[in-house]
Design a protein. Structure first.
Length: 95
């Protein structure tokens, strides 16, 4: 299933399952890199908000945004753009 086809995830666990399943599908290296990189930031923020049963919320997305911004220098400009573009698409599923 394409990310554009998903309106929202019912829980963080569902989001993790989606991200894990990307490796079993025909995705680009850039998509796999961005999803793996973002999963780490999602996991860090989820701990602050509860557990994997929570709904991906706008507040959680804001926390992830802050952490990504703080880590900007970890990535090359090209990789940062790949991650940012994927995050903007994924963030639309947070309610």
């Amino acid at each position: 299933m394409l990310l554009a086809e998903i309106e929202s995830f019912k829980s963080i666990a569902d989001l993790y399952l989606y991200l894990d399943n990307l490796f079993d599908q025909d995705n680009t290296d850039d998509q796999l890199f961005a999803s793996s990189y973002l999963r780490g930031f999602i996991s860090i923020s989820v701990i602050e908000f509860g557990d994997e049963s929570q709904v991906p919320s706008k507040a959680l997305a804001a926390s992830i945004d802050e952490k990504l911004q703080a880590a900007r220098t970890e990535l090359s400009p090209q990789d940062r753009k790949i991650v940012q573009d994927y995050w903007l698409e994924l963030k639309e599923t947070f309610i």
